[in-house]
Design a protein around this ligand. Structure first.
Ligand code: ADP
Ligand code: ZN
Ligand code: ZN
Length: 719
């Protein structure tokens, strides 16, 4: 019988694809298409892989090559575009292809049994049609199949005819211009939607999406075809964290009541995640709303990508394949020749620089959208003059009291969870160091625990000092729990709600907390960066920033960019729906010991442009990104020496005149969870030159013998 060789990508650290032999199980059975999932033997186990090539012969001898065990023919093959996306990511981030492809698929689809896959398909397969059977026949049929075509034939969900949209406000001129620019793009168009907080960026996304979907439906009609034969269209909307933006999902569903809207994020149950992923893959989902992981989903009819709050650090994956979803989105749009919208009031400096250089088109929304809403008044409070009690200055307390009297909400922002960052003994100087990390254990009073936020070690709060027995241990400093306690004491009549990672541990609890703020059941909200992002709290008129100063003196060159964005964003929660009861605009009070610091001064002026310009000048002069390309080699081991020895060898293994190879150094927080960590930064002014170097370098590094575990990050953000 005929036999053929397939190249298969598997989820292993080995930088190669694997040859397997395929033989038809029955007469006339066709070779699996490129993009099909298959099951193969791998070592002593079986593994699911993706077919990435057909070859005539294998270098493996006939006695070595193993047979494909099963082909997942019930699932349409992944498209050529998806394969190219994974290929690009693997290449750019220097990872094995299979380590990009397989973790990118929902668990249920790459399971060794087909139970979950079949169940997910069945749930989607409500309307089998003759067309569908034809598609299945083709999927199994003539070779070589162009996999890009197949999902289209796999019965994409028809756009309704005529299209119906939920009620929408009429756009202001700036919004309209932005919508026209997005929907009018008929080729690759990277667009920065630079709109101040509350300027109605969401409305721009929704109406641009509507216009693009409408056009697809119209095109079908103009051709005299029923809509299901017209060009389908899919839209991908990326958000930093879906649990923090339930509002957006609700808005999208209300605006497109007849379309299939699905969510993709890590909080979904596996079954739902598989279903939603397949709905996107089969063209049934018109709109996919997801977090960074959704950028790796299969969307055969993608026509628009939106990245909301594009500056947000959570678009960067910080383990495994350390990718930037924002950068992959731009690559994807480029590959497909479609528009990509990067929305923010505080764009990342990378994006801002692209716009300044004319590579991205800038669309501006300079004013708040809602009736009478203006940007809030921002003031700094000098904590040296107005000494805080329980962390709150008298100015801030008076401002909160005024809002309480008006029945309006206040938000206090403190980016530190827990009760206090450290527990200390006055008598002997003992402090609550983590025994496994270079970090303090944080006091969590409601849970009566000390917790390390780096290695998750937990201990009971000791009743007395472990060293000297003193029973009077003192919490030092202040986290959100302690502020919450203080607020109850100062405002006993107020309804106080704390929102942070601890208070929202249970599934659905973040959503219900935000719902109660929206319903007006909360007077004072205290929270971490979770409350700073994106929310449209209509009754909130005061924002107090409690202790932002530590970030001013960070060794991390990105710290001021981040702090500035965070303050502009949290300030942007105030006064979004109009004026306060006394006719004033929203108000933001920043408590600081450095009231004249240029960063705070820029926030009071709402001056993103000016501050971004200054930061970019600094970066240019210091040869930092975005004017320099970087990669970071990290190593960790039991002993620092082992990690350093590996990095020193790495630093000398390859000569490359265009590349700056810095000295290996221990990380700032050297020890975490009993491993010791070091890093080596390499830099180059040319991205292609750096890429070429990395390829060659990694091939050499893989041959080094070391006890250290190591990994490489391209475009690192925390260095
Ligand atoms: P952003 O995402 O830019 O911070 P949002 O999209 O949340 O802002 O919009 C802020 C508020 O303005 C929302 O309550 C929204 O409903 C309202 N809004 C947006 N566009 C308009 C418009 N054209 N007319 C009236 N209100 C609008
Ligand atoms: Zn002591
Ligand atoms: Zn620890």
């Amino acid at each position: 019988m005929e036999q053929r060789i397939l190249q298969i990508a598997l989820d292993t650290p080995l930088h190669t694809v694997f040859d397997y032999c395929w033989r038809p199980q029955e007469e006339g059975e066709e070779i699996p298409a490129i993009g099909h999932l298959v099951v193969v033997p791998f070592g002593r186990r079986e593994a699911v892989g993706v077919v990435v090539g057909h070859v005539q012969a294998s270098e493996l001898g006939a006695d070595k090559i193993k047979n494909v065990i099963a082909v997942r023919r019930q699932m349409a093959p992944l498209s050529a575009h998806w394969l190219a996306l994974c290929g690009f990511a693997a290449d750019y981030y220097q990872r094995p292809l299979g380590e990009v492809m397989l973790p990118g698929l929902p668990k249920n689809l790459r399971a060794l049994t087909t139970v979950a896959l079949d169940k997910a398909l069945k749930a989607l397969d409500k309307t089998p049609a003759p067309k569908k059977r034809k598609a299945k026949a083709r999927a199994a049929g003539a070779e070589p199949v162009d996999p890009a075509e197949l999902p289209a034939a796999e019965q994409p969900q028809a756009l309704p005819d005529p299209m119906q949209f939920g009620p929408a406000p009429s756009l202001n001129a700036a919004q309209q211009e932005a919508v026209d620019a997005i929907a009018g793009a008929d080729a690759f168009a990277p667009l920065l939607l630079y709109g101040v907080t509350g300027s109605g960026k969401t409305e721009v996304y929704l109406q641009a999406a509507a216009a693009i979907l409408q056009r697809a439906a119209d095109a079908a009609q103009a051709d005299g075809r029923p809509p299901q034969d017209g060009p389908p269209a899919q839209i991908l909307v990326l958000v930093p964290e879906i649990n923090l933006t339930p509002q957006l999902e609700g808005n999208i569903r209300a605006r497109f009541p007849h379309l299939n809207v699905v969510a993709l994020h890590s909080g979904l149950a596996e079954g739902e995640r598989a279903r939603n992923w397949l709905a996107a893959h089969l063209g049934q989902a018109h709109i996919v709303l997801g977090t960074r992981l959704a950028i790796l989903s299969s969307l055969p009819h993608l026509k628009l990508i939106v990245i909301d709050e594009e500056h947000d650090p959570s678009y960067k994956q910080q383990e495994g394949l350390r990718y930037s979803a924002r950068d992959l989105a731009v690559w994807r749009a480029h590959q497909l020749g479609i528009p990509v919208v990067l929305g923010s009031a505080t764009p990342s400096l990378e994006t801002w620089q692209h716009a300044q250089a004319g590579r991205y088109r800038r669309l501006e929304l300079r004013q708040r959208a809602a009736q009478q809403a203006v940007l809030p008044k921002v003031k700094v409070i000098d904590m040296e003059r107005d000494k805080p009690v329980d962390g709150l200055t008298s100015t801030l307390i008076a401002a909160v009291r005024k809002r309480l009297e008006h029945g309006e909400q206040s938000l206090l922002f403190l980016n530190r969870r827990g009760y206090a960052p450290v527990l200390a003994c006055d008598a002997c100087g003992w402090i609550s160091n983590c025994m496994r990390c270079d970090a303090f254990m944080v006091v969590h009073r409601p849970e009566r625990r000390l917790r390390c936020h780096h290695c998750s070690l937990e201990l009971h709060i000791p009743k007395s000092c472990p060293t000297c027995g003193n029973v009077d241990l003192q919490p030092l400093g202040r986290g959100t729990q302690r502020v919450e306690e203080g607020l109850h004491a100062i405002f006993p009549e107020a309804r106080v709600l704390r929102i942070d990672a601890d208070s929202t541990r249970l599934k659905g609890s973040a959503q219900s907390a935000f719902d109660s703020v929206h319903r007006g059941e909360v007077d004072i909200l205290i929270g971490t960066q979770m409350v700073a992002k994106g929310h449209d709290f209509k009754k909130l008129t005061l924002v107090g920033v409690m202790n932002p100063d530590t970030a001013l003196f960070s060794h991390d060159y990105r710290a001021s960019e981040r702090l500035f964005a965070q303050l502009m964003q949290v300030a942007g929660r105030a006064g979004r729906a109009g004026l306060s009861a006394d006719g004033s605009s929203g108000e933001v009070l920043i408590q600081t010991r450095y009231p004249h610091h240029p960063l705070y001064q820029a926030v009071t002026r709402h001056d993103y442009d000016g501050f971004a310009g200054e930061l970019l000048d600094e970066r240019r002069q210091a040869y930092f990104p975005p004017f320099m390309y970087q990669a970071l080699l990290r190593a960790e081991a039991r002993e620092l020496e082992q990690a350093m020895a590996f990095l020193k060898e790495a630093a000398n293994i390859l000569d490359a005149p265009a590349i700056t190879i810095n000295e290996p150094i221990p990380m700032t927080m050297m020890r975490v969870a009993n491993t010791e960590r070091a890093q080596l930064l390499v830099e180059c002014a040319s991205r292609p030159a750096l890429q070429a170097f990395l390829k060659e370098w990694l091939a050499l590094l893989r041959q080094l013998r070391t006890r250290a575990r190591w990994s490489l990050e391209v475009d690192p953000v925390d260095i």
